[in-house]
Design a protein around this ligand. Structure first.
Ligand code: DGJ
Length: 738
């Protein structure tokens, strides 16, 4: 029976099944049930409140054709007894019947630690044809305490964002000890976790393992550069490890640029409980009556056809809804970091501006070292925080450089690290109380620096002011690289009364600043950098057009780093620079950087004639194919972890053009591309021509560009890029035959 009822203040449509027979282990119970399907095009999570009004996840998986059948799901499982009655809770409270990892733990105003949450209503708000928000209200029957669960569905993309709001009207403050965003429940024969770890210059190292009973926690306690050791993205394959094109796999991630915690608990019934949120480490949060505590979002997508499909859904969702200017384009650039480090002056920079023009890229990016006078920023030990141009290096300031750039016909961008301070700085001398440090303990540094206390609104104003004054001074400024090199040690704020709010209020303060920046400068491209990829997540990417995956730009290593990031983030968001890292020739380095947003960080003036000409042509080639890289669907064809050749393909929406990047990553027994590589995503019935592009000057391709192949042939038999020790990097364009 599908009835329209008034729940949660609004009239909504819910499925109510009166007095249906509900099978509990060993018991037949008559109960009134409410069923709340949270559906996307291909997937469904179904919540159900029974007569006891416990809200449970009764189904999570591929969408059923008949929604009335969801209620029969629990009846076909024969599992051991649920002693708590809430093992599959949609938001597990602690201190009452629960025996597992909770989603929420509180101490009430009267000192009592128990919480019980019962269904009190639900509603659906349709934002447009694609996006809806289902919310479910839960209330404690004893205390005036409530939680609202939110599920924002992106129908076409099969993506769900889940979060919660916590509120009470008790006669005093409540302490929140745990406050998850989401509590998900999965049933399968086995669960395989693909997780990531890393450190500086070795980000996104994958590990895959079968989850065993107990709790596996993915978390970070680093505060600012939170993802340095552990990014918030992960995959769970059901039954067996998913492959690129087969298997059921869930992608998940926290949208939070600070400490996060994701608990994966395999319970006594062999089911998986996923509880994800901000990390509660050192962070009990005091909630006043009527104050609303909103958790960040937990994001997930489920695919029945392997990792490739899940990643394409997520990339599409990111471009359509999350990444700043995800449907736009990106600027190619020349960065000076690796060619000058801190050692530059106005005349060197002028030369670099004309090199930018010579190379043919859009923008020159001035990196670290342009500021500080009392303590000049001539190394990483001084000057951070003093955002005035260094008078010796830049006697005419940034304004004159922006003008010089205009004369060269290129745009100008600048590096900042506004959340940080060197103890050797005027800022530190003036405002020691703005710095996160323990008042009675020795300071401890990460890259000779400390973190400013963004929980303090004065500090927020200061950080916002750095960006704002750069734009006020230089209306032509076209790009910001926002760096963040230090973690939080000695977490203490001179500003906060409640120290245990620092980790959370820091990130909220950062978002307030970024909101203000974007309110005034909505479209200026900004790169999210954290000494590499130490801070990438989808909450941050709402404010940034791109991120810096790693300081490691050795192209061979980079193939693996970019490959792993690509499961979760679109190529247009990945800023890839050609540098002098690694032993590969310039063509290999450039081809690898072209797989995302292309930049250069090399001394252009030292390139020999052929290398320079190659780079200039590469920029032109890139400009002609970048819309496919930015907006196309990405297909991983040959995995570098277990093949001699890595191959990755981008196909435009109407399947008329594609680009395939191929690299020799392992030359054991001189195998090269022994077998053809099967292409994907083309129109099987159409004819295509395959041509090698981005050739090094003087090189001739071994690929016959005049042949025509059907999409069917290219996807069934494949195409051989002829990768070998003489041709270590090959880019192919695939276009509809005329
Ligand atoms: C770390 C970044 O990852 C580098 O690209 C560079 O901007 C340096 N910081 C500058 O200090």
């Amino acid at each position: 029976m599908n009835l329209s009822v008034h729940t949660h203040g609004r009239s909504t449509s819910v499925f109510i099944f009166f007095l249906c027979l509900y099978l509990l282990p060993g018991n037949w119970v008559n109960a009134q049930m409410v069923s709340i399907p949270i559906e996307t095009q291909n997937t469904a999570m179904v919540l159900e409140a029974n007569g006891n009004k416990d809200l449970k996840v009764i189904y999570f998986g591929k969408k059923l054709t008949d929604a009335n059948e969801y209620k029969m799901v629990p009846g076909v499982y024969r599992q051991s007894e649920d002693y708590t009655g809430i093992a599959n809770s949609a938001y597990t409270p602690s201190g009452s019947r629960n025996l597992f990892e909770p989603a929420i733990t509180v101490t009430h105003a009267d000192g009592n630690n128990s919480l019980d949450l019962r269904y009190a209503g639900n509603k659906v708000e349709k934002l447009n044809d694609d996006v809806s928000i289902t919310s479910v209200l839960l209330k404690d029957p004893v205390y005036d305490f409530e939680v609202t669960l939110f599920y924002k569905t992106y129908y076409k993309e099969d993506v769900v964002e889940q979060w919660s709001e916590i509120k009470h009207k008790e006669k005093g403050n409540v302490i929140l000890y745990k406050y998850a965003s989401a509590n998900v429940y999965l049933q399968s024969k086995s669960f395989w976790l693909r997780q990531y770890h890393g450190d500086w210059a070795k980000e996104m190292q994958p590990e895959e393992s079968k989850l065993t009973h107990g709790i596996k926690t993915l978390d970070t306690k680093l505060g600012t550069r939170a993802d340095l050791f552990q990014p918030p993205v992960f995959m769970i394959s059901l039954d067996k490890p998913a492959t690129e094109d087969a298997g059921e796999v869930l992608y998940g991630s926290m949208e939070w640029s600070g400490n996060f915690r994701i608990d994966l608990e395999l319970d006594n019934k062999d089911n998986l409980r996923i509880i994800a949120g901000m990390n509660n480490y050192a962070s009990p949060y005091t909630l006043k009556p009527n104050e609303v505590f909103t958790t960040p979002k937990f994001l997930y997508t489920l695919s029945n056809s392997g990792m490739g499909e899940a990643s394409r859904k997520l990339q599409r969702w990111a471009r359509d809804y999350k990444l700043l200017d995800g449907k736009g384009t990106r600027l190619t650039l020349l960065n000076n970091w690796e060619s000058t480090f801190f050692d530059f002056n106005e005349s060197k920079l002028k030369d670099l501006l004309s090199d930018t023009r010579k190379l043919g890229v859009d923008l020159f990016l001035l990196d670290d070292g342009w500021f500080g006078n009392k303590y000049p920023r001539n190394g990483d030990h001084a000057g951070l925080g003093d955002w005035q141009e260094n008078k010796q290096k830049l006697p005419n300031g940034t304004t004159s450089l922006v003008k010089d750039a205009q004369k060269e016909g290129v745009k100008f961008g600048i590096w900042v690290e506004p959340e940080m301070v060197n103890p050797k700085s005027e800022l530190y001398e003036k405002h020691p109380d703005w710095v996160i440090k323990q008042p009675k303990r020795d300071e401890y540094y990460f890259r000779n620096q400390l973190v400013l206390d963004l929980s303090n609104s004065d500090v927020q104003n200061f950080v916002y002011g750095i960006i704002d004054s750069l734009f006020i001074k230089n209306p032509g400024l076209a790009y910001i690289k926002w760096d963040c090199n230090a973690v939080i040690y000695n977490a203490y704020s001179a500003h906060l009364k409640n120290q245990s709010h620092l980790y959370i209020d820091y990130v909220r303060g950062l978002y307030k600043v970024l909101e203000r920046v974007r309110a005034k400068y909505p479209t200026v491209p900004m790169m999210l950098c954290s000494g590499g990829g130490g801070r990438v997540d989808y909450a941050a990417l709402q404010y940034f057009t791109e991120f810096w995956p790693s300081d490691n730009t050795d192209p061979l290593e980079r193939i693996y780093i970019q490959w792993e990031y690509s499961y979760f983030y679109p190529a247009m968001a990945s800023a890839n620079h050609v540098t002098n890292w690694g032993k590969q020739p310039i063509k290999f380095r450039t081809d690898v950087a072209m797989m995302g947003k292309l930049g250069f960080d090399i001394p252009v003036s030292k390139l020999d004639e052929k290398d320079l000409s190659f780079c200039q042509n590469a920029v032109r080639t890139y400009d002609s194919i970048k819309s496919i890289i930015y907006q196309g669907d990405q297909f991983r064809l040959s995995n570098p972890w277990n093949n001699p050749v890595a191959s990755i393909m981008y196909v435009n929406e109407d399947k008329t053009s594609a680009v395939v990047f191929n690299y020799l990553v392992n030359d054991r027994f001189a195998q090269g591309s022994k077998l053809p590589i099967r292409l994907k995503g083309l129109d099987a019935s159409k004819k295509y021509r395959v041509k090698e592009i981005n050739l090094y000057p003087g090189e001739r391709s071994t690929i016959d560009a005049d042949r025509e192949y059907t999409g069917n042939f290219l996807m069934t038999v494949g195409m051989n890029p002829d990768v070998n020790a003489r041709r270590t990097s090959v880019i192919l364009s695939v276009d509809l035959a005329k």
